[in-house]
Ligand binder design. Sequence first.
Ligand SMILES: CC(=O)SCCNC(=O)CCNC(=O)[C@H](O)C(C)(C)COP(=O)(O)OP(=O)(O)OC[C@H]1O[C@@H](n2cnc3c(N)ncnc32)[C@H](O)[C@@H]1OP(=O)(O)O
Ligand SMILES: O=C([O-])CC(=O)C(=O)O
Length: 372
Amino acid sequence: MTVTRGLEGVVATTSSISSIIDDTLTYVGYNIDDLAVNASFEEVIYLLWHLKLPNSEQLAKLKEQLAENAALPQGVIEHFNMYPIHDVHPMAALRSAVSLLGLYDEEADIMDPEANYRKAIRLQAKMPSIVAAFARVRKGLEPITPRKDLDFAANFLYMLTGKEPEPIAVEAMNKALVLHADHELNASTFTARVCVATLSDVYSGITAAIGALKGPLHGGANEAVMKMLTEIGTLENVEPYIRGKLANKEKIMGFGHRVYRKGDPRAKHLREMSKKLTELTGQPELYEMSVNIEKIVTGEKKLPPNVDFYSASVYHSLGIDHDLMTPIFAVSRVSGWLAHILEQYDNNRLIRPRAEYTGPGMQKYIPIEQRG
Ligand SMILES: CC(=O)SCCNC(=O)CCNC(=O)[C@H](O)C(C)(C)COP(=O)(O)OP(=O)(O)OC[C@H]1O[C@@H](n2cnc3c(N)ncnc32)[C@H](O)[C@@H]1OP(=O)(O)O
Ligand SMILES: O=C([O-])CC(=O)C(=O)O
């Protein structure tokens, strides 16, 4: 048996959704650089689910479907008050809420493609409502009813804050959502595909994927980057802090990638936004600290920043609570997870690799009273 730890380089499926070839990321053949500058998040959702960009009518219909399905069942909102411990992480709340949402969906276990597409719409529409509602309920605030006249990015910011967002904030959120939407067979997408390849339901697949995204080696890295920036605190402290971590062989969050070697093409868009937004909010040192960290880590370790590095200062500049950064990633990535789930159902095969056994050889059962 050949063991490939972490399945590095293993090609486990075919997919028409997104590709990473020679450090270039495309969604259905469209370069991410093109989409980041030109596309709305709703267009990207349509692209990932239908493998083509929508015309105006198709886009209008999708927007209407998302708006119609954004409201949450009251029970999902109420369950946030039932958690036995106080400081529940919003990713844990999101994971639980999505699982609970499945109990409200009469079609949850209906497996035909039309029913699965309807569930995709409901989940995509409700994920931002869950994140925003939890963010408010935990502070003792009322959740905000989603608005049907706002686009996805604007409505999400509106539900978080209760205020109609500035155009620059909407532009930044839309771009961040576009950049995070899909990424070939990353850990959470693979998790979703493994789950539904048993012919389990869409809600189970998304719940499992949220669990995988939560970890700091994956989506959880954006919150970890913000924690690091907060700990560093000043521009002068960057050098000793980062060099100290590297000397201790600790990982610097937001750097490195399993697939990219020269660099993550999404990072430059987030770097640009970080520069603009930190200047606008009067915190340019946050961007300067980030740039200095990048200089040291690329110089010492030849590791470029990934998507999570500059997204931290972007979301911070938008006034977003630091522990909501990974849930925002999930609000975007659910579009990709759903695309992959629909693709998996369409041409399913159980995903079941092997493990090379390294435990003890054959043993004989010893009755408990004879064991030492
Ligand atoms: C959306 C996303 O999921 S993007 C990734 C988000 N995650 C992070 O930013 C967390 C920090 N980065 C990492 O942990 C890794 O780079 C990963 C998990 C992303 C990729 O990991 P892998 O492909 O498994 O690489 P692995 O962890 O084996 O690293 C290879 C070498 O580079 C080093 N390295 C990798 N990333 C880092 C880092 N961020 N800081 C310091 N050293 C690093 C490792 O220590 C290792 O060194 P060694 O060979 O001397 O032991
Ligand atoms: O592809 C990966 O391994 C992680 C990543 O960058 C993503 O999911 O966006």
